[in-house]
Design a protein around this ligand. Structure first.
Ligand code: NDP
Length: 480
């Protein structure tokens, strides 16, 4: 059984505790690797390494950093099959999905920020006889913590801009899906990263994540994960005045108007609800359909959802893989029970799915659609983060806006209509960081990414992330 190691100062090493956690393959329910159970001693070792490396790395020319990031992207692409298989086994997602989306996107993140590093300028202005310009200096050491749903995709989305900006990184992938971050360590030297620039620590949140948040020499934290964890991070980091980027939970609305392109919308809304077993923070889990087409849409939607059968993630025909862990499966199933207690009717799904063969003990859930719930019930207010959505009717545009905004979250939304004016009005009135019109998960990496309300603080993406990982100094020069 493979025993993973931390990567600190350019070397693989065992955790100080010498203890390991079990890593379970969700499709089979079997332990298949061991993960370092790291603690504050490992974080301190990484901080020492990063402190020693940060001056030289921060002083490298952006073109030099860009070349290294591009080489890393090349190496990921060269090893696509190995990375994709590791992601699928670790997370339970279909192999075709990690091959087509997760791993290529991770390579793209490094390429995008390689280019961005070389294009990152800063503002200047002249007022009377004073010239102002802005020096942008790397913050030094960045702490990057990522979740399990899109493991390498989100891990790289954080470390790529940090490295491009000239920061050293101490990063922790989710303990549930550590494998692709581990494989990445094997490529770092080959890509050309000096020792100490990228340090990757494995372990659980309280043991290995918390010491990163609490460390006084890590001035910037980029975190993606649950809202409760984000709240703790904000509280802990505030007295140290750390820079924070928090990408948190969502409960995203999907709004379907009578005048939508029916077939395209059914397809798009199914994908928005169930991609990656509904375990994408951007998934549309509350579907509101205008009354004129409600029944027709609901029936077509349910029929399509019933084609999403669960299967072995390694098989090419599998539409839905496993959910990430047994505890997550239990959580999602408990929400399906709650929905029924709250008066909901399960239109399809509703149970653990059994997959034969090597996956007979795996954590699969039938894609589930629930009707008949109020907007204020817990099922429609709390993030479930699994293959479960609700569907309800609405009458007017005003009602749709009110329903869309009726939770504490504000991450993403999608609106399906052929009326351009309505689309613009909805975009202006929905409280969310992202509004997709007649599409879902279209991502241009230059755009600001993040949420409002309890979905987070700050934005990632484009030059915003480079701003985050640098500190501006205003220089004012009097010109005589
Ligand atoms: P968690 O908040 O449980 O964990 C996220 C990461 O933080 C993991 O690496 C976790 O480690 C670590 N962590 C947990 N506790 C602490 C702590 N006290 N200090 C530091 N680090 C800690 O979220 P999940 O992994 O369950 O991810 C799912 C959540 O992520 C959902 O709410 C989802 O909406 C959100 N998400 C948000 C996105 C966005 O862009 N807004 C994108 C994707 C997901 P470990 O797993 O090892 O315990």
């Amino acid at each position: 059984m493979e025993k993973l190691r931390n990567y600190i100062n350019g070397k693989f090493c065992a955790p100080a505790s010498r203890k390991y956690l079990e890593n379970v393959e969700p499709a089979t329910g079997r332990v298949y690797s061991l993960i370092p159970d790291s603690d504050e001693r490992d974080v301190q070792k990484a901080v020492d390494a990063a402190s020693a490396a940060k001056k030289a790395w921060g002083a490298t020319e952006p073109e030099q950093r860009a070349a290294i990031l591009n080489r890393l992207a090349d190496l990921i692409e060269d090893n696509l099959d190995e990375f994709a298989l590791a992601e699928s086994r670790d997370n339970g997602k279909p192999l075709w999905l990690s091959k087509a989306v997760d791993i290529p996107r991770a390579a793209r993140n490094f390429r995008f920020y390689a280019t961005a590093a070389a294009q990152f300028g800063s503002e200047s202005s002249v007022q009377g006889d004073v010239l102002n310009y802005t020096l942008r200096k790397p913050v030094g050491i960045a702490g990057c913590i990522s979740p399990w749903n899109l493991p390498l995709y989100l891990f790289s989305w954080k470390i790529a801009p940090a490295l491009a900006a000239g920061c050293c990184v101490i990063a922790k992938p989710s303990e549930v899906t550590p494998l692709t971050a581990y494989l990445l360590c094997r490529l770092l030297k080959k890509a050309g990263f000096p020792d100490g620039v990228v340090n990757i620590i494995h372990g659980n949140g309280p043991g290995a994540g918390a010491p990163i948040i609490e460390h006084k020499d890590i001035p910037a934290i980029s975190f993606t994960g649950g809202t409760a964890t984000g709240e703790w991070i904000a509280r802990t980091a505030a007295p140290m005045f750390k820079k924070l980027s928090l990408e948190l939970g969502g409960k995203n609305p999907t709004i379907v108007f009578d005048d939508c392109d029916f077939e395209t919308t059914v397809r798009g809304v199914v994908r928005a609800a169930f991609a990656n077993q509904g375990q994408i923070c951007l998934c549309g889990s509350r579907i509101y359909v205008q009354r004129g087409i409600y029944e027709q849409f609901r029936d077509a939607f349910v029929e399509k959802v019933q084609t999403l059968t669960c299967g072995d993630p390694l098989k090419p025909k599998t539409k839905q893989g496993a959910v990430v862990s047994e505890s997550h499966m239990e959580k999602v199933l408990s929400y399906i029970e709650l929905a029924q207690e709250e008066g909901g009717t399960v239109l399809t799904g509703g149970k653990r799915a059994r997959v034969s063969g090597r996956c007979k003990e795996g954590y699969f859930i039938e894609p589930t659609v629930i009707e008949g719930l109020t907007a204020t019930c817990r099922t429609n207010q709390e993030e479930i983060f699994g293959p479960v959505c609700t569907i309800e009717a609405f009458d007017t545009e005003e009602e749709a806006v009110q329903l869309a905004n009726s939770t504490k979250y504000g991450l993403a939304s999608s609106v399906w209509t052929s009326d351009l004016n309505c689309a613009h009005r909805m975009a202006a009135n929905i409280e969310a960081g992202i509004v997709w019109i007649n599409c879902w998960l279209e991502r241009d990496l230059r755009t600001p990414f993040g949420g409002v309300k309890h979905s987070g603080v700050g934005r990632e993406g484009g030059m915003i992330a480079l701003d985050f990982f640098t500190e501006p100094t205003n220089v004012a020069i009097k010109v005589n």
